[in-house]
Structure formats: C-alpha cells, structure tokens
Ligand binder design. Structure first.
Ligand SMILES: [Cu+2]
Length: 192
C-alpha cells in the first residue's frame, strides 16, 4: 500500500540512474575477459595439465574387488612389513589397492619410469587416497573401481594418507608405496 509517509526505502522518482562510467565499463570488460580465460583453462587443464586424470571407472562389488586384491597379492608378493604384504607387480601390470577401515592393502613396490594401472576401491566406506609428500589426491569409493594410469617419476618411500574421515582410526590409516630406481633383475630369491 502506498502512503505519503517517506522512508529510506522509497525509490527515488524519475530516471535517477546515470550511464556507467567508462572506468566501470572497462573493469566489467576486464572481469568478463578473465572469466573467459578461466573458462578456457578448464578443458586446457584437462588435456594438457593432467589436472583431471582420465582413467577407468566401473562398478564393482566390494568383496569381489577385495578378492581381486588378494589374488594380486598372491601373484606378486615379494615380502612383508609388520604383517602387511609387499607386492612388486611387473611393468604395465594392473595394480589393486583396497582401502578399508583402517588400512591400505597391500604395500606396493613400483619401478620408476614405468606405467601401471592402479585400481583403487574401498571395502567399507569412502576413503581418500593422498600420496604424501606429493600432491596426489583421489576419492576411493566402495563399489566403484577407479583405475588410474600412473608412472612414478621419483624413487622413494612414500606414504598414503587417508584424507576422507572414515571413523575412529582414520588418523592411523597409513599406507605405503615404495618406488625403486632400476628394475631389480636377477634378485629373485636374493636376500635383502
Ligand atoms: Cu580415513
């Protein structure tokens, strides 16, 4: 209802606005141009930057994935660390890593400069694959096989940290990836 009472909320009468100043127009233009640059960067990052990895994604029964991981361990186990198997798959192999509360199974021993397809999945709840100290982060989802083509570029002893809160032992959920320099030919059966 309109009344004669004037408050600060009343709109001024008539045409009170003025055309935008040319510096304002210029800044709107710069902001719009920058939006377009960032928009173009999204496909560019995907194609050139390795920002969004292309991988294999398919549904999988969590128990079946865990059984596949156990078969993978049985095939390529080379040792163990405090009861956790150390597995050294051959170059180009499909590698299976199961996340569960609160461990990563198994320990992987990979070769530098060799491509692997790392299959990540979880047995129970969502976990986060975070390779420390590198900046590599992936969601690990039960019922979902996430196959990533990875080529280790650095030798070392890396840790997998769970970066998705998964329960009371979340902070203890540490995995291990060992990257060795040269192919260890002729060491089969050798002491270490
Ligand atoms: Cu966790």
């Amino acid at each position: 209802m309109h009344t004669d009472t004037h408050t600060g909320l009343d709109a001024p009468r008539g045409i009170w606005w003025k055309p935008a100043h040319k510096t304002e127009k210029m800044w709107v233009g710069i902001a719009f141009g920058w939006c377009m640059v960032l928009f173009a960067m999204m496909p560019l990052w995907h194609l050139r930057g390795g920002q969004n990895p292309s991988g294999i994604r398919r549904k999988v029964d969590p128990q079946a994935f865990y059984a596949r991981t156990q078969a993978f361990i049985k095939e390529y186990q080379v040792g163990e660390d405090r009861g956790m198997p150390i597995v050294a798959p051959p170059p180009g192999a499909d590698v299976y890593l199961t996340a569960m509360a609160f461990q990563w199974t198994p320990i992987l021993q990979l070769q530098k400069g060799v491509q692997y397809t790392i299959h990540l999945s979880a047995l129970d709840v969502n976990h986060g694959f975070s390779l420390y100290p590198l900046n590599v982060n992936f969601q690990v989802v039960p019922g979902y096989d996430y196959g990533l083509r990875m080529t280790p570029t650095e030798a070392g002893d890396f840790r997998i940290i769970c970066n998705e809160f998964c329960g009371i032992g979340h902070h203890l959920m540490l995995g291990r990836v060992i990257v060795v320099d040269a192919p260890q030919v002729g060491l089969a059966g050798g002491a270490r």
